[in-house]
Design a protein around this ligand. Structure first.
Ligand SMILES: Nc1ncnc2c1ncn2[C@@H]1O[C@H](COP(=O)(O)OP(=O)(O)OP(=O)(O)O)[C@@H](O)[C@H]1O
Length: 604
């Protein structure tokens, strides 16, 4: 199909519903993006080097839509990630060259001052509505209440989110808005901060053709009406989507074979001997001559490269030279740490309230375990001082420690896994600091570490007949149970931050826990361990929980065989163990915070 035939179709049909250019979202300054001498090389596990991008120069002007296309593996996403300043040289990756905004070099820190990156997967906080998600960004980015509101309203209008603005976004486990609405929310999430430049990785993937068209159309309006620089990668666009591009970059084996205005593309390829058949989508034709499955294509690659070098490369160099030199002076609004923590905690609470499964799961688990343990050890507290009574009671105390640790550990690992990408995206967009996120999240976890053990222990305490010689013993038992839960919760948070993959986390955590449990002083007496391995007991929070809980329980009980505390080989003391448990909570949480920082720096 010829371009002239498609154009009226778009104008007449789908574009009636024009997106208004909202006042508060007018772009602050036009930004021309350029890159020079980009060389990107990866080293595989055997040490073999592979060139992914080879000496690329490019230009993406402000106020225009630039589409990056190529066969799978051509290097589109790599190039986009480099433009978003998300690639760093490391042992396995070598990156050379410069990325420029209005002729000034930028890095990941300065990128977020004028630009935004929308990832292929829509990483959004599932339990919020689109409006709340946008409000969250506005609250963190602006201080003036009126401006906040107008940014949210204008973004909703621009991204056509009116109909779904109050519906839950949802995710794999929570039904929510449609794929197209999620994508619009994702773009809107970045748009609230009013970036001059928006980079998007495959914004149409997984969408039907009409929704895909609408998304690109809205992006085109953002470029044309609001002077933003729009750059995205895209696979096999339809002919009407193709007509929305201003500029096209075609990549083959990490090198450009075309770069320039969309309107000149067909003519250029005709000129070098590759005419697009009449009535064909030019992009379908381009994809057919770019893929590497055909030997004819591979034989033609040198022609494309050669012609590009001769005809287009000099033009691109000229365009880079002529690109805008207007200075980028953007000042980021920075909200206080306390404000960020408050907002993050409030959002997490909203998440818990809306995703009732989490609350039901944790409360249900506390009631279930309270009853199960209560009936399993029913009445063993009224013992007659026999050795059998002692073994039942010490077993009960030990099992309580394990149960309190595990039941607070695994839910956090699983929950953090679902939230990790949201944190990384938001931190990357410089919405808040890692510290604020960590503290906000920690505050929200604390009520669970109080309510669950209190409920569980109150259910089982008198069923089992645990030590109730005075109120202080009962309170101490519950206090130690809370500390045990806090330790489990902290370990869960640390595991969630330390392991990238949820499957790895859930398989490694039991391996780490096992020695901590074996050396906790129940399965083997701590006095009998070999020195070379016995040190493990000192890094086991379970050991200190067990010692504190068992000492509290055996206080005032007498047994026919002697002192149960001596028999168990306890040496630390009850309150000293409590002190060490508190120190463990602080140390493990600090460790989790460090891992979160490492995770963040690795993802940059
Ligand atoms: N950090 C890395 N380590 C190893 N290989 C990498 C790395 N980054 C990119 N690659 C490789 O570089 C090639 C290009 O990857 P890239 O994701 O940029 O391609 P693409 O054109 O976006 O492909 P697709 O359309 O399939 O997403 C791929 O073969 C990929 O495996």
């Amino acid at each position: 199909m010829q371009e002239t035939e498609i154009q009226p179709q778009i104008e007449a049909g789908r574009l009636n519903d024009t997106v208004q250019s909202a006042k508060s979202l007018r772009c602050r300054r036009v930004v021309d993006i350029a890159f020079q001498n980009i060389e990107y090389q990866v080293v595989d596990q055997k040490g073999h080097k592979r060139d992914i991008l080879r000496n690329l120069h490019g230009y993406c002007p402000g106020g225009e839509v630039t589409a990056i296309l190529g066969a799978s593996g051509a290097g589109k996403t790599s190039l986009l990630n480099i433009l978003a300043a998300r690639v760093y040289s490391s042992k396995t990756v070598k990156l050379k060259g410069k990325v420029l905004a209005n002729q000034m070099e930028y890095d990941s820190e300065t990128f977020s001052n004028f630009a935004a990156y929308v990832m292929q997967n829509d990483v959004l906080f599932e339990t919020l509505t689109p409006r709340e998600a946008l409000q969250f960004v506005a609250d963190l980015k602006y201080t003036d209440p009126e401006l906040k509101q107008s940014r949210v309203e204008d973004t909703i209008k621009t991204m056509k989110l009116e109909r779904c603005q109050n519906a839950i976004i949802g995710g794999p486990s929570l039904k929510g808005i449609s794929g197209g609405e999620r994508k619009r929310t994702s773009i809107g999430f970045e748009l609230v901060t009013n970036p001059s430049c928006i980079l998007l990785d495959e914004p149409t993937s997984g969408l039907d053709s009409f929704t895909a068209f609408q998304i690109i159309y809205e992006l085109q309006l953002l470029a044309h009406e609001q002077d933003r620089t729009i750059i995205f990668t895209i696979h096999q666009p339809s002919s009407d989507i193709y007509l929305l591009f201003d500029r096209v970059m075609l990549l083959v084996q990490g090198k450009f074979i075309y770069q320039g205005h969309r309107t000149k593309l067909v003519g250029y390829f005709k000129g070098i001997g590759f005419p697009c058949p009449d009535h064909s989508n030019p992009m379908d034709y381009m994809m057919s001559i770019m893929h590497q499955e055909s030997q004819i294509n591979i034989d033609n690659f040198p022609i494309y490269f050669d012609q590009y070098e001769k005809q287009l490369h000099p033009q691109v160099l000229e365009e880079i030279k002529e690109s805008s030199k207007t200075e980028l002076v953007y000042k980021q609004v920075e909200t206080s740490t306390a404000f960020q923590i408050n907002l993050i905690a409030k959002r997490a609470i909203k998440g818990f309230v809306r995703d009732k499964m989490i609350i039901k799961q944790r409360v249900g688990m506390a009631i279930f375990m309270g009853l199960l343990l209560g009936y399993s050890y029913y009445g063993i507290g009224e013992d007659s001082g026999t050795f059998a009574d002692y073994t039942s009671m010490s077993g009960c105390m030990f099992f309580l420690c394990i149960n309190l640790t595990m039941s607070s550990l695994f839910p956090v690992v699983l929950q953090f896994a679902t939230e990790r990408d949201v944190f990384l995206r938001e931190e990357n967009s410089k919405l808040y600091t890692t510290f604020s996120y960590f503290m906000g999240k920690s505050f929200v976890e604390i009520p669970f570490c109080l309510i669950s053990p209190i409920m569980q222990e109150l259910i089982l305490y008198w069923m089992i007949g645990l030590n109730s010689k005075d109120g202080g013993v009962v309170v101490t038992h519950i206090f130690i149970a809370i500390l045990t839960c806090l330790n489990g919760n902290s370990m869960g948070l640390m595991a969630g931050c330390a392991f990238n993959d949820i499957k790895v986390a859930t398989s490694i955590v039991p391996l780490i826990l096992l020695p901590l449990i074996i050396f906790s002083g129940f399965f083997a007496n701590s006095k009998q361990f070999f020195v070379w391995i016995g040190w493990i007991q000192y890094i086991s929070p379970v050991k200190y929980s067990f010692e504190a809980l068992a000492t509290n329980e055996f206080d005032g009980r007498s047994y026919e065989f002697g002192d149960p505390i001596d028999t168990l080989g306890f040496e630390v003391g009850q309150w000293e163990s409590v002190g060490i448990l508190i120190a463990f909570v602080v140390a493990i949480r600090f460790g989790a915070y460090m891992f979160l920082n490492i995770l963040r720096s690795k993802q940059q």
